[in-house]
Design a protein around this ligand. Structure first.
Ligand code: SF4
Length: 395
């Protein structure tokens, strides 16, 4: 990913939903001015969610998601329906496309709308194919419901863009770290460049912290763990050190006790509002017993290295910290399990490649099933006995 691109996690995610042949894909293609989805008169042409990150003027950076019809049939259809509903977890705005040629709403459409309302997701309703029929509107919908009537073949998408703009999430982002320190402070960022570091770039939480500090006129020193002692010797005015969690143990020994120390992932958890839940997750690590099963979840499917953090280092640290014989299972990308009942704890990566909505949805999913969740950074700080110290900056 280029530094010039808006990361997927910070784009507005707009999902298009409806029964098969309602015209979702035609609307998506016209709105995006691209052949994003295959359009056909045959029902069910879109089988799996189609995602595309793009810039739509004047809406801004978005991820457009076209989904399979939720009236899909058969075993495969059920699977697709499930995937379509799952997309709701990462959506900022729902666009429900209805087919004006149908005289009444189907059960699927009504139950989908109920689900959207229960999740309190902002939505717009489009009635498509209005050129082919005289009857517009449905008695099953309340009169307060704003409906956009159009025909995707002939009409432009001005009405749709205007409705979407009204629903855009508040773009005023909270600060990641700059609100916790004095303006113009000197901050050291410790970024290990080892075999697990991506080629030619730094990862998203590091980019985000860097930008936040630059926005607040801070002086920034970046170094690897092995250069930290020299960097601190040369710069006596350093007020904060932010490290990659993997280097926490080594970094904590080098940073003087009167200098603040924290990690990128702790800052990201605070930024996303999940810090207190994560602290409960830390308590759950302490209570693990022999034969308990822990899920280690990562939000993307990056290439795993031989000394991989998720599959090798974290299990090793958990076993050493607890002194128990723990069983581990792993998930990555979209494979986060529906049923968490067999797990005593979920240890999740920072989730930098998914948006806040999806991360919150995973945290909520854990809470609903009574399974504590903690992120890598806080777990590693606890394993190294420096959690309290790394939270000092926030408390
Ligand atoms: S999504 Fe998770 S595993 Fe992937 S790069 Fe971000 S923190 Fe690492």
């Amino acid at each position: 990913m280029s530094l010039n691109n808006t990361p997927s996690g910070q784009r507005t995610h707009i999902g298009f939903f409806g029964i098969r042949n309602a015209g979702k894909s035609s609307i998506v293609n016209k709105l995006t001015n691209q052949e994003l989805s295959l359009v056909s008169a045959h029902k069910g042409t879109t089988t799996d969610p189609v995602k595309k990150a793009m810039e739509i003027l004047p809406i801004g950076p978005v991820v457009i998601i076209d989904t399979a019809g939720f009236d899909d049939e058969g075993d495969l259809g059920e699977l697709r329906k499930k995937r379509t509903y799952r997309i709701l977890e990462e959506i900022d705005i729902v666009v429900l496309v209805l087919d004006a040629r149908e005289t009444k709403l189907s059960e699927e459409e009504l139950s989908f709308l109920t689900e959207v309302k229960e999740r309190k997701l902002p939505y717009i309703i489009i009635e498509n194919h209005t050129d082919e029929t005289e009857a517009h509107g449905y008695k099953e919908l309340s009169e307060d419901e704003d409906i956009i009537f159009l025909d995707a073949t002939n009409d432009d998408m001005t009405q749709v863009k205007e409705a979407l703009i009204k629903l855009l999430p508040d773009k005023k982002e909270p600060a990641l770290v700059a609100d916790l320190i004095q303006p113009k402070s000197t901050v050291v960022l410790v970024i290990p460049i080892d075999e697990s570091a991506p080629k030619g770039r730094v990862i998203l939480p590091q980019q985000m912290v860097l930008r936040d500090l630059l926005d607040h006129n801070c002086k920034i020193i970046c170094c690897q763990p092995s250069e930290l002692a020299e960097a601190l010797d040369d710069n006596k005015e350093v007020s904060l050190v932010i490290t990659d969690s993997q280097a926490f143990g080594q970094v904590a020994k080098t940073v003087p006790k009167d200098t603040l120390l924290t990690s990128f992932s702790i800052l990201l958890a605070r930024y996303r509002g999940s810090l207190n839940t994560q602290l409960e997750g830390v308590e759950a690590i302490k209570k693990l017993q022999d034969n308990d099963t822990v899920l280690i979840a990562e939000a993307c499917t990056h290439h795993r290295q031989c000394n991989d953090i998720g599959t090798v280092k974290i299990p090793g640290w958990v076993n050493k910290y607890t002194g128990k014989d723990i069983a581990f299972e792993f998930s990555s990308g979209n494979d986060f399990p529906e049923d968490l009942s067999k797990y005593k704890l979920v240890i999740h990566c920072g989730g930098c490649m998914i948006n806040a909505q999806e991360m919150q949805s995973r945290v909520k999913h854990c809470k609903e099933q009574g399974v504590p969740i903690v992120n890598y950074g806080m777990a590693i700080a606890e394993f190294n006995g420096i959690l309290d110290r790394s939270l000092e900056i926030i408390n």
